[in-house]
Design a protein around this ligand. Structure first.
Ligand code: CP
Length: 308
């Protein structure tokens, strides 16, 4: 039996994203109808890196669907007493209906996927953050009522996991994606990413080095931290490179007047985004954070009940 895993955004086609978003909208609109949708089901959550939103939203989402979530710390990349990752995952597959893992290396989530006999969800690695993108798409559809033809400008570190997931997921649903980043290959999408996104979605991602031109006509401006997890040693060079890419009122004034502002959080106010923008009427960052839970409820229901 082939088990469906979400190890990266490439594991979801346009039609599968549409199914999950529709389901998430239905579950969000009618919570009582889905109260027992995952009754008796178990999600195991493996965390190598710290989390607020991912951990709590998966836990709360399972509880709201009548299921149960178990947290297990895999700091250092493995299980206790030196047990091989694959052996531990084979055991967990016997206890659970789904495994969600936040691990530093993409190769580790792929190892988990190969060893697991139940669906595995990537809860963020160094390369991808697919659950974040599903929540982002749910939020964009709620606010803008469509995807096709909208422009999203991702401003900041174009070489990070959230940027890559945004490129894949937003292009897949028909949005125009512009990455607005410093002129340094370290902070830009890799050429192979751009080619792979085009092959997957049929759409070309633009890369702009000019913040003002990059956000022109944007329906959505998205930003994220300048120093992602695992990049702490680069903090000083990043702090020098990114200030021209701060999302502030002046930059936002060059986008469409009804442009929504997104941030996957945690935010560093005064760095990648100002408080004035983050607390402005155009900001949807807390609806976006709430939608982590709703989108993941849709994803869990889809994987455990519909894809088994
Ligand atoms: N956006 C996000 O993944 O948040 P956490 O790191 O708190 O899970």
């Amino acid at each position: 039996m082939v088990v469906k895993h979400i190890l990266s955004d490439y594991d979801l086609s346009k039609s599968e994203i549409a199914e999950i978003i529709k389901l998430s909208e239905e579950i969000k609109a009618e919570p009582p109808k889905y109260r027992d949708a995952l009754k008796g089901r178990v999600l195991i959550m493996l965390f190598e890196l710290a989390s607020l939103r991912t951990r709590v939203s998966f836990d709360a989402g399972m509880a709201q669907l009548g299921g149960h979530a178990i947290f297990y710390d895999v700091k250092g990349g493995g299980f206790t007493r030196g047990e091989e990752l694959e052996d531990g995952v084979k055991v967990l597959s016997r206890y659970a209906d789904c495994i969600m893992a936040r691990v530093l290396k993409q190769e580790d989530i792929e190892r988990i996927g190969r060893a697991s006999t139940v669906p595995v969800i990537n809860g963020m690695t160094n390369m991808f953050h697919p659950c974040q993108n599903l929540a982002d798409l749910l939020t964009i559809r709620e606010k803008k009522k469509r995807f096709e033809g909208l422009k999203i400008a991702y401003v900041g570190d174009g070489g990070c996991n959230t940027a890559y997931s945004t490129m894949i997921g937003c292009s897949s649903v028909g949005m125009k994606v512009t990455i607005v980043c410093p002129d340094n290959p370290r902070y830009a999408p890799k050429e192979e990413w751009l080619e792979k996104v085009k092959a997957h979605s049929g759409r070309t991602v633009e890369v702009s080095r000019d913040p003002i031109k990059g956000v022109q006509d944007a329906d959505v401006i998205y930003t994220d931290v300048w120093v992602s997890a695992g990049m702490e040693e680069e903090k000083m060079t990043r702090m020098n490179a990114f200030p021209p890419f701060q999302v502030n009122s002046k930059l936002v004034s060059h986008a469409k007047p009804d442009c929504i502002i997104m941030h996957c959080l945690p935010a560093h106010r005064g760095l990648e985004i100002t408080s004035e923008v983050m607390d402005s009427p155009n900001s949807v960052v807390f609806d976006q954070a709430e939608n982590r839970m709703h989108a993941q409820k849709g994803l869990l229901y889809w994987l455990i009940n519909l894809k088994k």
